[in-house]
Ligand binder design. Structure first.
Ligand code: ADP
Ligand code: MG
Length: 291
């Protein structure tokens, strides 16, 4: 009997750090001895770059456009630590639905029976999440993934995208959709950023799984075409990513979140705006007092 493969989807606003975080999770899990597939579902098709020395791989949709019968090895490429890398790709800009592309790619791998044959422990889907588009909900909706994590900073746009994702999860939760594991808080350096994201997690009845600082080590690693796990394994940042990967590996129970209504979200933001202003004024005073 084949073991159950843990299927995880990582969502978040464009540019928030999904691919960076996902690739580091994959690399860390591979180092822990797990068999991992990273499945890029962003039409940008750059999810797995840092697992492959900065190189792009052919996407499933592009390959399917060239020929209608394809072999697994034409779309699955091994990266750091033996992580299997796949990029779903996307339709030509302005034509078709990116979500359909994801389902086509997943269906193809199912037909080719690669999930069983590779004896995987984890499949991690890296999905663009700031678009209010049903297509991108496919990994949640169709029961492809079981647990969802969202990458968010303390910026309002990132929180807004996370809140929209929570609405999607809540909507499909009655029909066997994926549930929420929690928030991966990225680029958290200032104490107020932690407070903001903690408060949002609290209000929406979820949890922060890991705080990840913004770090120049990540920038350096990316410029070398590598994950931080590969480029700087002894660094503090690599330790943070490993801690996150282990928490995800051990994570069992996901939940239905309680997204805020748009009016509540705006009010929440306004309260924080006032608090930050007060903090800023306080800082000005304390600096003045030191003169
Ligand atoms: P996404 O996949 O969400 O579009 P990326 O993972 O491609 O975003 O990240 C966008 C940019 O932000 C990249 O240049 C990446 O190196 C940088 N980045 C992400 N997280 C961090 C971090 N914790 N510290 C420093 N740079 C980061
Ligand atoms: Mg990305």
């Amino acid at each position: 009997m084949s073991k159950e493969i843990k299927q995880i989807a990582i969502y978040g606003k464009g540019g928030i750090g999904k691919s960076t975080t996902t690739s580091n999770i994959s690399a860390a899990l591979a180092k822990e001895g797990y068999k991992v597939m990273q499945f890029g579902c962003d039409p940008k098709s750059d999810s797995t770059n840092t697992l492959r020395g900065g190189k792009y791989i052919p996407t499933v949709l592009d390959t399917l456009r060239e020929k209608n019968k394809i072999k697994a090895e034409e779309v699955i490429f091994e990266g750091f630590g033996g992580v299997y890398c796949v990029e779903a790709g996307g339709p030509a800009p302005g034509v078709g639905c990116a979500g359909r592309g994801i389902i086509t790619a997943v269906e193809l791998l199912k037909q080719l029976k690669v999930f069983e044959e590779l004896d995987l422990d984890f499949v991690i889907y890296d999905v663009l999440g700031d678009v209010v588009c049903g297509g991108f909900a496919i990994p949640i909706r169709e029961g492809i993934a079981k647990h969802v994590f969202t990458v968010s900073s303390a910026d309002f746009m990132a929180v807004y995208a996370a809140n929209n994702l929570f609405k999607g999860i809540q909507k499909y939760s009655n029909n066997g959709g994926a549930l929420l594991g929690g928030i991966i808080a990225n680029s958290i350096n200032a104490p107020y950023a932690k407070d903001i994201i903690d408060d949002f997690a609290d209000k929406t009845h979820t949890q922060v799984v890991q705080y990840i600082p913004r770090s120049v080590t990540v920038t350096q690693s990316e410029l070398m075409g590598k994950t931080t796990i590969e480029a700087a394994p002894q660094s503090e940042q690599a330790r943070v990513y490993t801690s996150l990967a282990i928490k995800i590996a051990e994570h069992i129970e996901s939940k239905v979140p309680s997204p805020l209504e748009i009016r509540e979200l705006r009010e929440w933001a306004a309260v924080w705006a006032n608090q930050l202003l007060a903090l800023e004024t306080g800082e000005v005073r304390s600096v003045a007092a030191n003169i």
